[in-house]
Design a protein. Structure first.
Lengths: 290, 314, 328
């Protein structure tokens, strides 16, 4: 199976696809933006002038300057440093959420598409039901039960948004399962699990990758929203949403406390959205000539 | 099958779903950590006998299903319990707040659909032009912006610096504009993209060519023939969007200090006022199911093909 | 049917229509010249992709968005249609020039009822009230052979069968009694049994309303049945035009000959239906000279280098071939 996956990856990264991708200006911008943010996240220790939790009561609420690029917050912490460290959290949390989402959604979609019938109906019904419910409220409910903290927020957001994965995987699985080589594999006596892993999974990878790129932004937006409400990251974590919460009281006298963290949330979400949009058009030939 | 039959079918399915969900809800509340009696008496010092007495009075010593029916019978009569914090009936609290949330949601829907549909049609008609590029890129930016940050920025610029709107709290219709804009931002972007994609597809269909061949005016072809088809998924999306708006209202109302149900939910969670939380979540659940059912019904009215069980068209 | 006595209804001169594609310009119609007389039934024949639909749909300008009309004129009742603005063209479409399309399944708006769709042209062009227009529409539906027209007019298109949909289309397009009816392969997508009925209906309506018919088809059987005059197209060019009798008895162009021999076992001892060897050329880079020369049995050096023009060989019979004399 590793071989099949590597074949698919080779297909995705061959030069023609790459060249086509480069013609999508938005996608390239998104990718560059993402590199920038990832760069910030990775080199945070070197770039950040101060530690993210370094309190300095004498420098409270200072406007942006050469010493403090983005100003300081109500505890005298350097906002630029906090934003840079926050990139780490945002990317990490986004990735985790998507992994959990996919971890729930993909197997469910596989089962629904592969077995069909009542299993399909059951899984689809539950998926639709959870998807229909207001996500923020459901996430709030889960976080209330589990308690505050980033880990629980990751779980809550993932539970609220696995539905697209199940839907996409299910649809793709349905289209593959009727093909002859599956019937042949069954005839030889391959186990269902083996069929799913060896034949179906490699084929559904491209849409899953595109979907992942497109769902990371909403994962970031939801997790920062929950942190903004106080249920997510706890102080002194430099989570961008939490920073907005903390800076809210001082918005009029020190707007930079809120402007910069939120700006970076936007930029991060934007980078993934641009990238995912372009990826989707590149990988789906139908859309290209539309 | 006829339209009426289809609608009745959908409604009948909705009712057991609502029941099922109430059972799940109740069970979740039941297994929540925290003793309701302790919460009720928080701070007061009571004897164990008093606790037992209260437990029996509230029926908390009964088995789960009995408690469920007890609770259900209250719900149906409109009694959603009493707030721990304010000692007022939950239903009263919610009714007081409901108009504000409704006003916010309605304003926001109006904004997002007007902006979304107009820009969607424009970009579909002027596909590939400069204005299409600008609007399309703007829409991607719009749904990347977190609503709560957008609200803060709006507040800063328009309320504080420009003094055009009140900063927070409810002071009349004026107070709804900035919150509604914050709520409408991502929605309008999605609607624009959806309409654009649908219009482009519809405009390439044969029946549009027939409409042109009949010599109908451009306005008629676009509105009566094309938009009528393109809008179908958008209208369906409207009903699925409503629950999302309810959730967004929680954040926006909290941000702008509007006295709506969303803020009530948030505050109640913070204060651990569980009866209120339970009541609001219940109502929202019921509303979600109602919205979904309405969505199914409306799409059947708009698209006659759906009513035929075998699927679309011939 | 005396050609020099009849009035010209439509005159196409030097028409060039190209399609813009990623791979280049598809020269779908190249320098077409054609006259259509009032009251006649004219058939435009050719293989799929030869440009006949493009030529016909260029008249009311109902071409796909990537089509470019590069040059030429289409004179209809003393007006050059190609010079008209969109709103001026609106008045002519549906009222003076009507089109029946090939695929009835997708040509009716699925979310509107049939009655209003048939009534629409009347309201748009003659400013009648909807009530009056619907009454006329029901009458028209009855005229085209739809049973229970009043009931059916309240149906949605998906309740109609293919044949009924096409009849509804015909009703829709003839309510305003147009001067010219363009029918683009109206029966290709229908069952064989329905085809004959629909063709009969078109013939009847033509006589009843005195309209001129421009019929597009790839089927010579239909040509024989339906038409007075024929225009044969190949690879974007008109290669032969003439009376249906002349064309069948004495096809001058090798392509026409081949086409007819494909479907008609001629009296002269042919036992099998023959084929024209080869395939139609790409229209992005068509062959130099005569476009048919790669497949032509009689091709000579002149055919490869020099493009033949349409020449009137006998009264009303035109052909574009260098060797038409030796072909007889």
């Amino acid at each position: 199976m590793i071989y099949l996956i590597s074949e698919k990856i080779k297909l995705l990264s061959n030069s023609e696809t790459l060249k086509l991708f480069l013609t999508y200006k938005r996608g390239v911008v998104g990718l560059l933006l993402l590199f920038l943010i990832a760069f910030l996240a990775l080199t945070a220790d070197f770039i950040a002038p101060k530690r993210f939790d370094e309190i300095d009561p004498s420098s409270r609420l200072l406007p942006p300057s050469i010493k403090y690029f983005f100003g300081t917050d109500h505890l005298g912490r350097d906002i630029f440093s906090r934003v840079v460290y926050g990139a780490r959290i945002a990317l990490w949390v986004g990735l985790l959420v998507v992994l959990v989402e996919a971890g729930i959604g993909v197997p469910l979609g596989l089962l629904a598409g592969f077995y069909g019938g009542r299993i399909d109906k059951f899984i689809s019904a539950i998926t639709d039901l959870i998807w229909a419910f207001p996500p923020i409220i459901l996430a709030l409910a889960i976080v209330t039960i589990l308690g505050p903290g980033l880990t629980n927020v990751v779980i809550a957001v993932a539970v609220v948004s696995w539905a697209p994965y199940t839907r996409v995987v299910r649809a793709k699985t349905l289209s593959i399962v009727s093909r002859e080589f599956i019937i042949a594999a069954r005839a030889i006596g391959e186990s269902s699990l083996s069929i799913m892993l060896r034949y179906i999974l490699p084929n559904i990878l491209p849409p899953i990758i595109v979907l992942a790129t497109l769902t990371i932004p909403s994962a970031i937006l939801y997790t920062t929203a929950l942190s903004f409400l106080g249920f997510g990251a706890q102080p002194p974590t430099p989570d961008w949403g939490l920073m907005l919460n903390e800076g809210r009281d001082y918005i009029f006298m020190a707007p930079w406390c809120c402007v910069f963290p939120g700006l970076f949330i936007t930029l991060t979400a934007l980078s993934f959205n641009l990238l995912g949009d372009a990826l989707r058009e590149v990988l789906d030939p139908k859309l290209r000539y539309g | 099958m006829g339209l009426l039959t289809y609608i009745i079918k959908k409604l009948l399915i909705g009712i057991p779903v609502i029941f099922g969900v109430t059972i799940i809800l109740f069970y979740i509340m039941y297994i929540l950590p925290g003793d309701p009696i302790q919460l009720l008496l928080s701070g007061e010092r009571v004897t164990p006998e008093r606790i037992e007495e209260l437990r029996r009075a509230w029926g908390l010593d009964q088995p789960v299903y009995v408690q469920y029916f007890y609770w259900l019978s209250h719900i149906i009569r409109g009694d959603l319990g009493t707030s721990i914090v304010t000692r007022q009936p939950v239903s009263l609290l919610m009714l007081q707040r409901l108009p504000y949330t409704l006003a916010l949601m309605l304003t926001s829907i109006l904004l997002s659909y007007v902006i979304g549909v107009l820009t969607g049609i424009i970009t579909a008609l002027k596909r590939g032009s400069l204005i299409d590029s600008i609007l399309s890129t703007s829409s991607i930016i719009c749904y990347s912006i977190p609503g709560f940050w957008f609200g803060l920025v709006l507040m800063l610029v328009f309320a504080y610096y420009l003094r055009l709107f009140p900063v927070s709290g409810y002071e009349g219709w004026n107070s709804l504009i900035l919150p509604a804009l914050s709520l409408a931002l991502p929605s309008s972007a999605y609607i624009m993209r959806l309409i654009r994609a649908e219009m482009i597809e519809v405009l390439s269909e044969d029946y549009i060519r027939t409409a042109w061949a009949k010599g109908l005016s451009k306005r008629r072809v676009l509105l009566v023939h094309a938009l009528r088809n393109a809008i179908i998924p958008v209208v369906t999306m409207f009903f699925l969007d409503l629950p999302w708006l309810m959730g967004g209202a929680v954040i926006i109302e909290t941000l702008f200090a509007l006295p709506g149900m969303g803020r009530l939910l948030y505050v109640s969670i913070l204060k651990q006022d569980y009866p209120v939380v339970q009541g609001i979540v219940l109502i929202i659940t019921v509303l979600t199911i109602v919205c979904n059912t309405l969505g199914d019904v409306v799409i059947a009215i708009l698209d006659p093909r759906i009513r035929f069980e075998r699927g679309r068209g011939v | 049917m005396g050609d020099f006595l009849a009035k010209t209804l439509l005159s196409i001169r030097d028409l060039r229509v190209y399609y813009e594609t990623i791979r280049g310009y598809v020269k779908a119609v190249d320098n077409a010249n054609l006259e259509i007389y009032e009251g006649e039934r004219f058939c435009l024949v050719g293989e799929t992709g030869c440009g006949k639909s493009t030529l016909a749909l260029a008249i009311p300008r109902l071409l796909p968005p990537n089509a470019r009309i590069l040059s030429g004129s289409i004179i209809f009742k003393n007006i050059d249609l190609l010079k008209l603005s969109d709103s001026e063209l609106e008045e002519i479409r549906g009222r003076d020039i009507a089109v029946v399309f090939q695929n009835p399944m997708r040509s009716l708006n699925p979310v509107l009822r049939v009655g209003p769709q048939v009534a629409e042209p009347l309201v748009a062009h003659f400013k009648t009230t909807w009530r009056e227009a619907l009454v006329s529409a029901i009458k028209q539906l009855s005229r085209v052979g739809i049973p229970d027209p009043e009931l059916r007019s309240r149906d949605y298109p998906h309740a109609f069968s293919g044949g009924m949909k096409q009849r509804a289309m015909i009703a829709m397009m003839t309510t305003c009694k147009p001067s010219l009816l363009i029918a683009d392969e109206p029966t290709t997508a229908l069952d064989v049994t329905i085809q004959a009925q629909v063709l009969k209906l078109i013939r009847e309506l033509k006589d009843e309303y005195g309209l001129t018919l421009l019929l597009i088809t790839h089927n010579f059987g239909i040509v024989a049945e339906m038409c007075d005059r024929v225009g044969v197209m190949y690879a974007g060019k008109l290669v032969e035009i003439g009376n249906v009798v002349d064309i069948f008895d004495l096809p001058l162009h090798p392509y026409t000959k081949g086409l007819i021999e494909c479907v008609v076992a001629r009296r002269k001892s042919k036992l099998r239906l023959s084929q024209i060897p080869g395939a139609p050329p790409s229209l992005i880079n068509p062959p130099r000279g005569c476009r048919f020369h790669p497949r032509c049995l009689y091709a000579n050096r002149r055919c490869v280098s020099e493009e033949p023009q349409l020449i009137e060989v006998s009264r009303g019979h035109l052909v574009a071939c260098h060797n038409y004399e030796s072909n007889r």
